[in-house]
Design a protein around this ligand. Structure first.
Ligand code: ADP
Ligand code: MG
Length: 629
């Protein structure tokens, strides 16, 4: 319905409706954060205006002092957050306070369980922003006028947070936005000045604009400034308590949880800039979405220039949040110009090292935090071996693995741990790539290494085949795949060359090869097996089978390649094979030995029906043996 004031009632986007419901329920114990969110938005609005005013100074000149004002009215049971920032046009208002633009939101909301604590965690990572007002208010009214528009182009938005909002044109003399919360009867203490003041101190002291507070009583009418009102990163490290760093992080990241650590630095000299970089405690829901927002907030000489300046850090550090404030970049820098700016390369290099140093410190000083970090972001960090040639050595020190040393699934062993346990004549770091932990630990390939007490890294992340491809030798030890031909074990008892080992069993090997010639490249006597009869390995120049499986699963056509079969000549089943005189049975047995080797490494059989048929006839024989015996 439309009237002279353009009054319209619109429905919230489905995702907003879902979010509102979930949020009111799951954030109830955290409800005071609404004030932080509204002040944070007001501060962003002031930042944006200052940025636009760089090109159009008129936008700000009528009312040049950017402030945030909070007014409470106990009689009306309302609290209003007022800014003279950028404001919103009618279209912007509908878009910003009626939809959620971030892609993947619908899927994300579906993960909510209804369990208050768990959902609060999830929703906290997502950032609820403006809508958190409805935790404490049963009606919210927004009046706003965008900078540059005229007095009669103001807009009013109103909603009870149930599913619809109304919007209409108003006259508004002031630039910027006023958000009025009509508090629920049960939440009236949020209108108390002392309460508001303590919340501002707790949550918003770091805000770079003055936050002022006023009430309705005679002695409260004169607004008083309650925060420090200087950009946090411009202050000296020693003056900033940890709590303020943490609150600033929440403002910056829209995350509810504290960060794991941060690093605040001023660089002086030829190039001048300040950076404040944070490592979050939780991965955002869209960490694996290539289009997800990432990057630092860029300021030039205190003036906000852009959000999500992704050029300052490589993609594999996309989880880092923070600000960088440069004194050298031009104020009119755009994303495109930034890309070409010669300063950028140097800053990016320095900031990357800064992050890696911060992670090394965390690993050394607070290993428990580093473990949490690794669980959330370890797989992303591994991308660095593909992306960042220059820092491989630093990155290698940060890697954590599950290994045969403790055998559990936790990735908590460093390469230094591995090397410190390796025998002095061991010049390799052994690893196995597998689909999952269970397959890796049970793999035939590691049997003889396990028996000799040689540790093996158990690599089961999707990125791992690329990781090992990019890993340079560590402490002089190169990395060796235990599932590849020509495995080089540390010198020890009975090291024989492949030729000598094969020589003793030539007739058997020849016979097996003849039967399996369509399916295997070669047949050898194995030195890696103890309790399994056989395993397959990849030729020296072949793709790793784990990588091959992944590429094939993603639809890539790869040239055919046959594995090499290795047999355990100490195994009774191989004795049995040797002794078999019936050709058909030899054929069936040899094929089954190969099939089992393939299954054990997680491969699929080309012809499972053949396998089942052979196996069934063998089982039947077993049965007749038993009944006749
Ligand atoms: P976020 O701050 O993470 O973008 P919010 O839900 O807090 O999410 O706000 C949604 C959007 O609404 C903001 O991105 C901004 O465009 C707009 N907005 C909210 N509050 C204000 C304000 N006080 N002034 C101008 N725009 C605002
Ligand atoms: Mg916000």
């Amino acid at each position: 319905m439309s009237t002279a004031t353009g009054r319209e009632t619109l429905g919230f986007q489905t995702e907003v409706r879902q979010l509102l419901k979930l949020m009111i329920h799951s954030l109830y114990s955290n409800k005071e954060i609404f004030l932080r969110e509204l002040i944070s938005n007001a501060s962003d609005a002031a930042d944006k205006l200052r940025f636009e005013a760089l090109a159009a100074p008129d936008l700000v000149s009528e009312d040049p002092d950017l402030t945030i004002r909070i007014e409470s009215d106990k009689d009306q049971n309302t609290i209003t957050v007022i800014d003279n920032g950028i404001g919103m046009s009618r279209d912007e208002l509908v878009e910003h306070l009626g939809t959620i633009a971030r892609s993947g939101t619908a899927e994300f909301l579906q993960q909510m369980t209804g369990d208050q604590q768990q959902d609060a965690q999830l929703i906290g990572q997502f950032g609820v922003g403006f809508y958190s007002a409805f935790i404490v208010a049963d009606k919210v009214v927004v009046e706003t006028r965008r900078a540059g528009l005229t007095v009669d182009e103001g807009v009013r938005w109103e909603s009870d947070g149930e599913g619809e909002f109304t919007i209409e044109n108003i006259e508004r003399s002031a630039r910027g936005t006023a958000v009025t919360l009509h508090l629920k009867d049960t939440e009236s203490d949020f209108a108390e000045l002392f309460r508001i003041e303590s919340l501002i101190r707790k949550y918003s002291d770091h805000i770079a604009f003055p936050v002022m507070l006023a009430g309705t009583a005679e002695d409260e009418k004169e607004p008083k400034i309650v925060n420090a009102a200087t950009a946090l990163w411009t202050r000296s490290r020693s003056d900033i308590p940890d709590d303020e760093y943490k609150e600033f992080y929440k403002h910056l990241s829209h995350d509810f949880a504290d960060p794991l650590t941060w690093s605040h630095n001023r660089v002086e000299g030829k190039r001048e800039y300040t950076s404040l970089l944070y490592i979050p405690a939780n991965a955002p829901f869209d960490l694996w979405n290539r289009e997800a927002p990432r990057g630092l907030k860029l300021y030039v000489q205190r003036v906000f220039i852009m959000d999500e300046a992704e050029q300052f850090l490589p993609l594999y550090l996309r989880f880092v949040k923070g600000v960088v404030d440069s004194s050298d970049l031009p104020l009119n820098i755009s994303r495109e110009l930034l890309q070409q700016n010669p300063e950028l390369t140097a800053m990016r290099g320095a900031l990357t090292r800064r992050v890696l140093d911060m992670l090394s410190k965390m690993a050394a000083n607070t290993p428990d935090d580093f473990s949490k970090f690794w669980v959330e972001f370890g797989q992303v960090l591994k991308e660095g071996f593909v992306e960042d040639q220059a820092n491989k050595d630093k990155l290698a020190k940060l890697l954590r693995f599950a290994t045969t040393h403790n055998g559990d699934t936790e990735q908590d062993q460093s390469l230094d741990d591995y090397v410190s346990r390796a025998g002095k004549d061991q010049d390799k770091i052994y690893y196995i790539l597998a689909e999952n932990h269970a397959t890796a630990v049970a793999s035939p390939h590691i049997e003889s290494l396990a028996e000799r007490g040689i540790e093996v890294l158990l690599l089961t992340d999707r990125i791992d085949p690329w990781l090992v491809d990019g890993l340079p030798p560590y402490e002089g030890k190169s990395f060796a795949d235990v599932a590849r031909e020509g495995l080089d074990l540390p010198a020890g008892e009975g090291q024989m060359t492949q030729d000598i080992m094969d020589g003793e069993h030539k007739p058997l090997l020849k016979k097996v090869k003849k039967v399996l010639k369509e399916r295997v490249e070669a047949v050898h006597v194995s030195k890696r097996l103890v309790s399994s009869p056989a395993c397959v390995v990849a030729g020296e120049s072949e793709l790793n089978p784990q990588l091959r499986r992944m590429l094939e699963a993603s639809g890539q056509a790869l040239p055919d390649s046959k594995p090499i079969l290795e047999i355990n000549v100490g195994h009774p089943l191989v004795d049995r094979l040797s002794a078999e005189t019936d050709d058909d049975r030899f054929d069936a047995l040899a094929n089954i030995v190969l099939d089992h080797a393939l299954l054990a490494e997680g491969s699929q059989l080309d012809n499972p029906a053949d396998y089942v048929r052979r196996m069934n006839s063998l089982l039947l024989e077993l049965d007749s043996d038993a009944s006749s015996g």
